[in-house]
Structure formats: C-alpha cells, structure tokens
Write a protein that binds this ligand. Sequence first.
Ligand SMILES: Cc1cc2nc3c(=O)[nH]c(=O)nc-3n(C[C@H](O)[C@H](O)[C@H](O)COP(=O)(O)OP(=O)(O)OC[C@H]3O[C@@H](n4cnc5c(N)ncnc54)[C@H](O)[C@@H]3O)c2cc1C
Length: 399
Amino acid sequence: MVAPFRDSETFSVTVSEDHELFRRSVREFLERDVMPYVEKGEREGTIPEEVLQSINQMGLTGISIPKEYGGQGGDMLSTVILTEEITRVWPSLAARLGIVSLFSIPILLHGTEEQKKRYIPPVAKGEKTPALANTEPTGGSDVAGMKSLAKRINDHYVINGRKIFITNGGIADYYVVTARTSPPGDKRWKGISMFIVEREMPGVKVVGRIETMGLKSSNTAELAFEEVKVPAENLIGEEGMGFMYAMETFDGSRPGVAAQGLGVAQAAVEKMASYAIQRSAFDAPLISYQMVQEKIAESLTEISAARLLTYWAATLHDKGRKDEAIIASSMAKYFATEVAEKIVLRAISIHGGYGVTTSTGVERLLRDIEIMKIYEGANDIQKLVIIRETARRLLGIKM
Ligand SMILES: Cc1cc2nc3c(=O)[nH]c(=O)nc-3n(C[C@H](O)[C@H](O)[C@H](O)COP(=O)(O)OP(=O)(O)OC[C@H]3O[C@@H](n4cnc5c(N)ncnc54)[C@H](O)[C@@H]3O)c2cc1C
C-alpha cells in the first residue's frame, strides 16, 4: 500500500490523444469566439447571450451529462480539460457552467427517471439555467448545521429558509435546494433532504445580487424561500439523506474547481513569460535576470504538479475508484487553487506597476482565485476531508 492509496498503480493518469485533440479544438474556439467578450462582460457583470449560445452550439454546456439526458457523455477528464481551458480564458464563465454538474450530480445519482427526463436535458442543452442552493447565512462549511426547513404536508413539502452566495442564484430557472425535514437524530447530518425547486414556484425570492471581489460576471445571489410549496415528487432520493447527497455532489465537482485553479495558473504563467520576454529593464529583457527566471521555473513546476494531481483525481473518478477519488479530489482542489494564487502573485510582481492595473488582466486573476479557494468547500475543509478519509481507510477510525 502506498498510504493512503492501494498501490503504485493508483497513481496512473490516463490521458488519450482524443483528450488532447479536444483541448486543442476547445482552445481555438474559446480564443476566437469567447475571448473578445471577456473585458466588457467583466465590466458589466454579465456573460452575453451570444457567448452562451456559441458554447451550447459546440455542445460544451452538458459535457459531463450522459447522452440519454441531452449531454455529451464525456468522462471526468474531458470535463476537467474543458474547465481548465474555459477558465484560462474567462473564469466567470467556468463558474457559471460548473453549476451544470453541481445541479445534475444529485439528480443523476438519486433522482427518479421522471426528474432526470424533466430537469436534466434543458440544463445540459443550456436552455435552462441551474443553481445549487446549499450555503446559508449562518454557515457554509457546516452543512449539517443548516437552518432551512421543509415540512411535509400531504402531497407536498413547504420550504422556508435563506440561502446565500448562490452562483447563478439570480438568473436560475431550477434550483437544487437542501433543507431539514426532521431534527438531527443520533448524527448531526441526519434529517436533511434535497429538493428540486423551480424559480416560478410562489415564494422563491431573489433577495439580491452579492457583489464579490472577483468572478464579476458570475451572478452570485442571496435567496429566500418563503412558504414554497414543492410537490413531493420533487424530493431527490430518500428523505433525510440530503447531507450525504450534498457531500457526494461536492466529491464529484471538486476536480472541476481544481481545474479552475489550473486555468487561472495557466493564464498567469503565459502572461508572466511573455511579459518577461518583451519587457526590458537596465537594457536587457526581464527574462535574462535569474530572479525572474526563478519565478517562471517555480511556476512551471508547480502548475505541472497541480495538473498531474487534478488529472489523476479525474482518472480515479473515471475508473470508479470512489474512496481514493475523494481524497485525490480534495488534494487537487486545495493544491491547484493555492498554487494558482502563488503563480498569479509572481505574475503581478513580474509585471511591475502594470501588474496592478486593470488593463493587463493579471490582477483580475488574483481576485478570481481567492473565490476558488473558498467555494465548494474552503481549502481548510479539503484538508479535513483528506485527513478524515485517510484515517478511515488506514486506521478504521472516524475523526
Ligand atoms: C462567489 C461564491 C460562490 C458560491 N457559490 C455557491 C453555490 O453555488 N452554492 C452554494 O451552496 N454555496 C456557494 N458558495 C458558498 C461557499 O461554498 C461557502 O462560502 C464555503 O463553503 C464556506 O462557507 P462560509 O462562507 O459560510 O464560511 P464558514 O463556514 O463560516 O467558514 C469560515 C472559515 O472558517 C474555516 N472553517 C470552518 N470550519 C472549520 C473547521 N472545522 N476547521 C478548520 N477551519 C474551518 C473555513 O475554512 C473558512 O476559512 C459560494 C461562495 C462564494 C464566495
């Protein structure tokens, strides 16, 4: 055993020629059809309809969704490569599209056939916008401590509660919402359930958009659910199992956030290298100075390590090695986003004064990466997952 993993073979990463061809075609498309919209979109806080339409036409919105539900049936590695490439060009767009997986995973894993047929295809095709409403004003890391309530009355549930920091919150058509259906029993996590809620259901309210330091074109909102009557058939899976479904959802989506970190890091490395080549100081290009070379060398090393971790986590998911994939995904999420932050700081430093101006697009990467370190489980929480899962696998103890 290569603690906490089974054996050396666990560390193999399976990237095919098709994955690389896919990356190249996506990069070409994004640079041609999406890049021109980034600056204006970030200024105005929106992603223009024409960008979303071109993404849909390329079939990229539902890359991770099975073909039978309107998606492309891509593996996790393809999703990761796509996310990395989109983030390299426009992190806010990656944040918006990442919610397709967050919304779909619990329905695909635990939903009824009717729920899958009704809610997944329009989301996979980009006709409807999804959101996952889990975090509450009183706490996001401690999902079991949530306060929202759902009370069963005959053939429906009535949901009351507040959710905060919800990506796509103000523009979504469909929400997956967590709420407590019974008090915690012997375990704090018990008694939470998961529902599909439609925006048009009376009592669903967008309290307001939340301005964030980065991901400016991604719509982040606070929501209120006031006496929202949801048909009982919109319960996902079993009543009381929503916490487990939420954890499974994050396990499946974390390689995507790691890939967002990679995309930011890649953009920063490219910017720092090209600036170091073209900018001169003391009659020589910056790249000729060893302290600048060191920053680039360290960045190239760290991004490569982060990429290996991220592709490896995706490979473990694709191989169905669930327990190991959970640990690897948390490692990849925290490592890739922390490395990206370091690389962006070096890129800013190499750009000198221009690094802190808004015109070069380098400072935006720093604002964006700070959010990626927090959402879908703050990096401290990723470290808790790594240590807890390891203790469970190696020592058989619960921490
Ligand atoms: C832009 C943005 C978009 C988001 N999108 C969504 C979304 O679409 N859907 C959704 O449901 N949520 C979303 N979130 C919420 C996000 O997942 C939470 O912000 C995150 O999980 C942290 O929760 P919190 O903000 O309540 O911080 P808290 O849980 O209050 O934690 C605060 C700090 O304490 C640390 N901490 C907490 N507990 C521990 C512990 N046991 N040990 C060590 N450290 C600990 C955390 O790591 C963090 O650094 C989004 C957040 C942002 C900023």
